[in-house]
Structure formats: C-alpha cells, structure tokens
Design a protein around this ligand. Structure first.
Ligand code: NAD
Length: 411
C-alpha cells in the first residue's frame, strides 16, 4: 500500500460516517497541484548532482496552502502527497485559515556540506518560487530542515518578489520568526498527552514515557513532559536505542545530541542499550513516535503496552495497526491533532509577519494552549458523541470544515 492509500483509508473511514457527496469527496482527495523538479547542484568537488524535489498543494479551500519541506533520501511523490493531505486536515482540526501542502527533496542531507545544502535550498526555491508566497503557499521546516533552511528560502525568494518574511514560517527569531515556534510542536504533543492522561483519571506526574526520535519534536515533548513530573524511560533515533528505568535527564540528553557528530542519543552515559522493538513494547504509560511515518505496523502494534500514543510524527501508525490498537483500548492522539502545535504557531508567526508586530513568548504559548485545548475538546466531544476513536473524530471534524469551504467556493 502506498503512503497516500494509507492516508486515504483514514479519510474514507470518517467520510463513511458522514453525509459527504461523491463530488465533494472526489475534490477532497485529489491534490490541486503537484510540482516535480530536478534540483541540480554543483558539489564542493566540482561534480554535478541532481536530486528530485516536490511541492504538492493538496487543498486550498480554507486559505493559502501550508506545510513543511523535508530533506530525506526516501522523500518521494507518494509520501509528499500523503503528507500534504494530512496538512489539509490538520489546519482544519485546529481551525487555522490555511490549506494543506508539503514539499520534499529526495536527498540524504548528512552527505552534503553546509554550503552544498545552501545551494540545494536556493536552487529548489528558484524552481518553486512561482507557486509559493505569503498568500499562496507557505512552507516551514520538517525532517532535516530547520530555521537556517527557512532563512535561505526568505533570502532567495526576495530576489524574485522582494523581502517577504511571511513566505515561510519557522524562521530564526532574528529574521522575524515567532518566539515559541521551535518548541511549539513538542509543546502541543505534551499538552494533548497530559489532557488524555487526565481524561483517563491518570496524572502526568510519574507517567513513564518512551519516545522514538529525539529531534525537534521528540526532545521538546520529552522536556516539557519531564517538567510536569513525567519520566522519559526509553528513547531511540536513527543511530541508537537506549533505556533508563530511573528516567533520563532530558536537558542533558538534548545537550548530548546537539554535540554529537551524528546528532544522536548514541553514547549517552548511564543508559542501557536497547532496540526499536523493545522501545515500542516498553512497559510505559505514554508512547510518542516522533521520527518517521509508517513505524507502527500491525506486528509492532500487537506488542505495544502504552495506554496513550501521542503521534508527534506524521503518519506513524499504519491503518491495520491503528485498528489493533483501538481494539486493545489504547488512546491514540492522532498526528493531525497531537502535532498541530507547530502549524498553529506557524500561523501566529505569519500573523505577526503580516502585521509587522511581534508577541512575547508567554503570549504565544498561552494562545497555543487555548487553541490546542479547544481543538482537543472538540475532537473528544465528537469521539464520545459518535462512539468513535479520536483519529476518526478528528477526520470527521476536518472533512466537515474543508468540505463546507470547498462546496461554498465551488469549482
Ligand atoms: P528532526 O529532524 O528534528 O528529528 C527527527 C528525529 O527522527 C531524529 O532524532 C532522527 O534521529 C530520528 N530518525 C530519523 N530517521 C530515523 C529512523 N529510521 N529510525 C529512528 N529514528 C529516526 O525532525 P522533527 O522536526 O522533530 O520531525 C519529526 C517528525 O515530526 C516528522 O514526522 C515530522 O513530519 C513531524 N512533525 C514535525 C513538526 C515540526 O514542527 N518540526 C511539526 C509536525 C510534525
């Protein structure tokens, strides 16, 4: 099954519970624009290499397209398409005035020098600048891209259309990024996890947590949960899996990753070596996949003992695994809700760029919490009312909103 077919299954399961016309359904599943480019760069040694790049705009009925850009060897049209559709549903679940898009380059950025990465990013902008813009399509960071990547995009875009910081979000604060954006996705994951535990009559204090992926999302979710009294007991990334029954010091672990040449938890002192299978099967309260998509397969799902799964990553749970977990009574906070804190603060960043008026971090965090709470309550209410799981409920809400906007705008 393709990534897009997996995303479609969640859509179809929810649409079946609703009164969506066949015409609207057809419009909602079809991406509105797919741009494929070949990004050719000169390597530091003088040779030329070419990498495939994609920008896919799934649905813009509710506003300008919005979605990250990832650099990963496995980024391809199918994956970018699936991720673009998830953005359409995510922006609707948290009620922000954007549509959904995604971009990617099929490249392993670890094999490129800093100057090669900069040339790659600028060349990609040359090839997609005609379809992005503050009122058209607003990219942001995703896997292996960061605020520096966004700064290069702003600069290159300015050569075509003048200086417009609102063309991307997730910029450095010095270049009109929003305070609180870096940790926003992890903060949203932590908040929704806390609320889900509380709804089950449990407390975040003392909760044991396992996290796959200790990059931006995983590390901030773990740090914030730890600050509320939870314990990170298992962690893993592309290079190593570790466990520590007493709980990791997440701040020290972050510092270790930042200093490590592989940007990995590997070699962190005082922990026991582990495996991916052991992390997913760990005896924990909360499991946070915060790396790549498709990691929770049906076989992995059978071994999961966590009570709550908060999807920091996009698309970490395959549809067959989702069903197994729901049948086991595991509460899954779906990606389109759990990790929507990032795009929410991206929206705040875009608002601040548009107004040229900047907010303090406390104000950003408060507005984020209010918006996540209202989205979480809304999805929970639909789930309870229709006796369905949170993912299906989130899709019901999103399809309702995007469907209405699509029908109102017409073809
Ligand atoms: P990142 O590049 O900062 O971190 C990625 C992490 O995943 C790293 O720890 C890396 O080692 C790990 N990883 C990579 N390949 C792996 C593998 N094969 N096995 C195990 N671990 C692996 O990326 P991020 O921004 O933290 O994004 C992580 C996930 O969260 C992605 O699915 C992304 O789409 C999603 N997401 C990110 C944001 C955001 O604001 N950054 C927002 C919403 C969703």
């Amino acid at each position: 099954m393709s990534h897009f077919d997996d995303a479609l299954r969640y859509f179809t399961d929810a649409a079946r519970l609703m009164d969506v016309s066949k015409n609207i359904e057809k419009l909602l599943v079809t991406p509105q624009r797919s741009l494929k480019v070949e990004v050719a760069i000169e390597r530091d040694n003088g040779s030329i290499d070419v990498f495939p790049g994609y920008r896919i705009q799934h649905n813009g009925a509710r506003g300008p397209y919005k979605g990250g850009i990832r650099y990963h060897p496995e980024a391809n049209e199918d994956e970018v398409n699936a991720l673009a559709s998830l953005m359409t549903w995510k922006t609707a679940v948290v009620g922000i005035p954007f549509g959904g898009a995604k971009g990617g380059i099929g490249v392993d950025p670890r094999t490129l020098s800093e100057s090669e990465l900069q040339r790659l990013t600028r060349k990609f902008v040359d090839q997609i600048q005609m379809v992005i813009g503050p009122n058209l399509d607003i990219p942001a960071p995703d896997v292996n891209t960061n605020s520096q990547t966004m700064a290069w995009i702003v600069d290159q875009y300015a050569k075509y259309r003048g200086y417009e910081p609102g063309v991307v979000t997730g910029k450095p604060v010095e270049l009109y990024g929003s305070k609180g954006r870096t940790e926003a996705t992890g903060r949203g994951v932590a908040l929704t996890t806390k609320w889900a535990l509380e709804d089950m009559g449990r407390s975040v204090k003392g909760a044991r947590v396992a996290v796959q992926g200790f990059g931006n999302v995983g590390s901030w979710a773990a740090k914030i949960l730890e600050s509320w009294g939870a314990k990170l007991v298992a962690v893993g990334d592309h290079a190593a899996y570790l466990e520590n029954k007493e709980g990791f010091d997440t701040k020290l672990l972050s510092e270790h990753v930042a200093k490590s040449p592989e940007r990995s938890v590997k070699g962190f002192p005082g922990a026991d070596a582990s495996t991916m299978e052991a992390l997913f099967a760990a005896d924990v309260d909360v499991l946070i996949p915060a790396a790549l998509g498709g990691v929770i397969t049906a076989d992995i799902a059978k071994t999961i003992r966590a009570k709550v799964i908060a999807e920091g990553a996009n698309g970490p749970t395959l549809p067959d695994a989702h069903k197994i977990l729901v049948d086991k009574g595991v509460v899954i906070i779906p990606d389109i809700l759990a990790n929507a804190g990032g795009v929410t603060v991206s929206y705040f960043e875009w608002v601040q760029n548009t107004q040229r008026f900047y907010w303090e971090e406390d104000e950003v965090n408060l507005k984020l919490e209010l918006r996540m709470r209202s989205a979480y309550d809304n999805v929970n209410r639909i789930a309870k009312g229709k006796k369905i799981d949170l993912r299906t409920a989130a899709f019901v809400e999103a399809i309702k909103e995007v469907g209405k906007a699509t029908a109102l705008r017409g073809i």
